[in-house]
Design a protein around this ligand. Sequence first.
Ligand code: SF4
Ligand code: SF4
Ligand code: FES
Length: 236
Amino acid sequence: MELVVDIWRGAADGAFQSYPVTVRPGQTVLDLVVYVQRHLDSTLSYRYACRVGMCGSCAMTVNGVPRWTCRTRIGTVSKGGKLTLAPLRNLPHIKDLACDMAPFFDKLAAARGCFVPGRPGAGDMAPIAPSNRRRQAVDAAIECIGCGVCYAACDVVAWRPDFVGPAALNRAWTLVNDERDGDRPDRLAVVAGDAGCHVCHSQQNCARHCPKALNPTASIAGLKRAAALALLKGEL
Ligand code: SF4
Ligand code: SF4
Ligand code: FES
């Protein structure tokens, strides 16, 4: 298939540049980007690592939609022989297809995305039955690969850059439900704050685009319920 791919070049004040390419069946968008960099313009900047949907580093905006590019086949997204590639939205552009992920990871930290042991001692493992309701809530949300696709898809992040966003809140929800975690009250207080879960409008852009089929909107709704309950109990 003959294709013209328009790729964003430069930083925020850059412009699209067109490259004519020949695409073989089954190739992914990331294959195409690698081809352009290796054969047409070696100065093209972008980011990837695993190529198999595990690291989350290859996310870009493909025809206006945030996607992981190593698992997106060109044939499923090209329109009329055209493809447009840009860096993820809602993050500072560094150069070409590479954006600065620091704000995204800073917000994971701000939402207290690190596990805090509730009990000391490596031998003090807590057995959690698979039927445990809180464990099931964790299982449903735990497979996040930190790709930033949901963050780029979130209009509220675009309108309110201080909003911690879907991935950070999804992570907080897994920890709030972790029986072993010792930071639940403080974590809930942080995520229920001014730029936290209550800012979410619940329209599910994040869930629609998450390549791991997670539902951060549901996690955020869980945080809202947990925060309200904690407030009623006088814990917040
Ligand atoms: S929740 Fe989904 S879209 Fe968001 S960072 Fe995690 S894997 Fe990516
Ligand atoms: S549902 Fe909430 S977190 Fe998800 S995209 Fe919408 S505002 Fe953002
Ligand atoms: S390169 Fe690792 S998820 Fe795409």
